[in-house]
Design a protein around this ligand. Structure first.
Ligand SMILES: [Zn+2]
Length: 333
């Protein structure tokens, strides 16, 4: 591309951030959210810490407040343990009302009467983003946490019990610039599968004498801009590459009958009750030419020409392709 001198002078160079990259090291960054601009993450530390929940002017898609309103959190939903690296992905259905291949798969399994214990790992879980201003250094940082047993649920519980007891709605003003509250967070060291982390155990509302300045609305992060959602096809592909994490996520589940080889495409079946299909068969599934890679008792695992896997496909949803036209159409183009 030939740019003349004037155009070259106008070009804005945007550098990547080596400091941030160095800090992250080889950690795989969550695929569900990111920090825009120069915002830092609020990391919970053991002990007591006083913070203000700083409200922000809502951007696009917040399910609890219209664009332009001043609100205090951004909730979203994730699926965990997706793909070979057991990643988290945003659930587009629960978060944005779009189609989600994992929710669709869960619905298919529900219709087929698959046991909840075997499909519950796919359920979407709610998480939240917050702007927290530390009383210690005055810096506003973005905090991300699961709703249940987290800051979100603890705040809701207190607001609910407050209203029930004396009819006042004082606590529900906690995030407002005037008459708001500060929060005292208490976190304790907790062990989980060999690593330790600071677990939030208590949240108390405390008086905040000084109101927050209106200018702070220009300084906070627009939490709606933090979410990173992959496309339907990206999630479907990633989902198809993984295995059931039945045994990984539920340490108490030691039953051999829930073995993850139910989903293992390399584990050739010997116990198929269905003689119609065999591994290697070419079939049509939802308009796509696929190869059968595994046969379960009541469903098939298929691989399409782009390498994506389709799991738990019912026999009635596929049509066998005659052997004399077994070359997948897509591979010829
Ligand atoms: Zn979903």
């Amino acid at each position: 591309m030939n740019l003349n001198k004037r155009e070259k002078e106008k070009r804005q160079i945007r550098y990547s951030d080596a400091k941030k990259i160095a800090e992250q090291g080889d950690k795989v960054r969550s695929r569900t959210w990111q920090l825009p601009g120069n915002f830092e993450e609020y990391k919970l530390e053991n002990g007591k810490h006083v913070v203000d929940v700083v409200p922000y002017v809502v951007g696009k898609g917040n399910p609890k407040a219209d664009e332009g309103m001043v609100h205090y959190e951004r909730r979203y939903y994730i699926h965990s343990n997706v793909g070979p690296n057991q990643e988290k992905v945003i659930c587009p259905a629960q978060t944005f009302g779009d189609s989600c291949p994992i929710c669709e798969e869960m619905a298919r399994q529900t219709r087929r009467g698959v046991d909840w214990e075997k499909r519950k790992w796919m359920r979407p879980q709610m998480r939240q983003l917050w702007n927290l201003r530390s009383k210690e250094d005055g810096i506003i940082r973005v905090f991300e946490q699961a709703y249940y047993r987290g800051l979100g649920e603890m705040i809701d519980d207190q607001i609910n019990s407050d209203e029930q007891e004396d009819g006042k709605e004082e606590l529900s003003n906690f995030f407002k610039l005037e008459n708001g509250k500060s929060l005292k967070l208490f976190a304790k060291e907790e062990n989980f599968k060999g690593f330790t982390y600071a677990k939030l155990v208590q949240v108390d509302f405390i008086e905040r004498k000084e109101p927050l300045s209106e200018d702070i609305l220009d300084e906070v992060c627009c939490l709606d801009d933090c979410l990173v959602c992959q496309s339907y096809d990206q999630i479907k592909k990633l989902f198809g590459q993984g295995e059931s994490p039945d045994e990984v996520v539920e340490p108490e589940n030691t039953s051999d009958t829930t073995s993850s080889n139910h989903f293992d495409e390399d584990n050739d079946t010997q116990s198929s009750n269905n003689s119609e299909f065999k591994v290697g068969d070419v079939v049509d599934y939802e308009g796509t030419r696929c190869t059968v890679t595994k046969i379960q008792e009541d469903s098939l695992t298929l691989k399409d020409s782009e390498g994506g896997f389709h799991k738990w496909v019912e026999f009635s949803d596929v049509e066998k392709v005659d052997s004399d036209e077994e070359v997948p159409e897509t591979s010829q183009r």
